[in-house]
Design a protein around this ligand. Sequence first.
Ligand SMILES: Nc1ncnc2c1ncn2[C@@H]1O[C@H](COP(=O)(O)OP(=O)(O)OP(=O)(O)O)[C@@H](O)[C@H]1O
Length: 401
Amino acid sequence: MTTPDPTPPAAADGAKRPPGPPAPDTAAGTGGAGAKHVPAVGRATPTHPHATDGLDAHLIVTRPAFHLDITLTAAPGEVVALLGPNGAGKTTALRALAGLTPLTAGHLRLDGEELDRTPPESRPVGVVFQDYLLFPHLTALDNVAFGPRCHGVPKAEARAQAAAWLDRMGLADHGGAKPRRLSGGQAQRVALARALATRPRLLLLDEPLAALDARTRLDVRSQLRRHLAEFEAVAVLVTHDPLDAMVLADRLIVIEHGSIVQQGAPADIARRPRTDYIAHLVGLNLYRGRAGTEAGGRLVRLDTGTAVATTEHLTGDVFVAFPPSAVTLFRERPAGASARNVWRCEVAGLEIHGDRIRADLTGELSLAADLTTVAAAELDLHPGTPVWATVKATQTHAYPA
Ligand SMILES: Nc1ncnc2c1ncn2[C@@H]1O[C@H](COP(=O)(O)OP(=O)(O)OP(=O)(O)O)[C@@H](O)[C@H]1O
């Protein structure tokens, strides 16, 4: 190779993905018409050198059937994960940051520099996609050297930088390999090296581990965590996987229907989910009700009339949550049980969940309960089986709504 080749390579390597980064949604406002195979990794000079460092964005994208409106700020060195159900707007937000989807309104500043009108290829942004999008006709080394070459770094120096990045990724021996000779985990690390080699001021990661098998995912996740910890600029990660988000991000932003529904440190969100989606994600049963009028504020009365005893003293609208593992099931109503919550339920469904059985129950309360396979067999549970579900008040957690 002499110079980076911007020609679209034929998709003849059996890759299920198109080569190169995605094209802008429209050329209008993004200047992206000529950007079809140039990674969105350009550099621009800050126009406001004294302005606040980091990301300051208000992303508004309006489509006929969808409206995204989120405020996104992050400090240098911070890793933010965008989490949300299908169609929530995560990818739209990421594409807007990359300049691939134009903003309908709002603003986008990075280290004080206005980027709204900067074409994708000129943004100081590195992107890692789920399916890595390496150039199949270039070696791993030339894939990584591509970004620096686009920024005018001489070939030998760009290749030396690329070799150093591959070394950091533990891929020193794979520089000469074409992408089809790399495993999924190796290819994803090359993609990360390629994004980092341009020293972006904003790193965007779109489901970076989703295409990997479970074992590889574990390895790449821990490596990615290490590299993100060393990364000094802002990183924004889109993921469906709560574990990826919890492990990799300093802060989670949960998006539903184009809006932020909750944000905070992973542990806080896991402990105090505020929507059913998040509760499900972090594996909690979550209910909304009112506290303060009964049992000295230690009883949450749900809209359905069902009561949930808790140990917190609260008044007003509250959430109350407990994990499926806190539920004990009985075929007969337990007499003299220490658990203060006892609900009459029926098994709606059973599924294997790791080494446990997850029972979905309906009745006085709809809830998920985890039990061992032995317990499930002893209780002889089937869909329709009537059961009593109990939860100790001490295992519930209530907090203001
Ligand atoms: N290019 C497009 N043109 C029109 N509508 C689009 C386009 N891309 C996405 N949408 C719509 O915008 C909404 C948000 O989609 P988006 O892909 O951003 O969600 P997401 O949270 O990333 O979802 P997923 O997790 O399924 O990838 C959806 O209703 C989707 O159908």
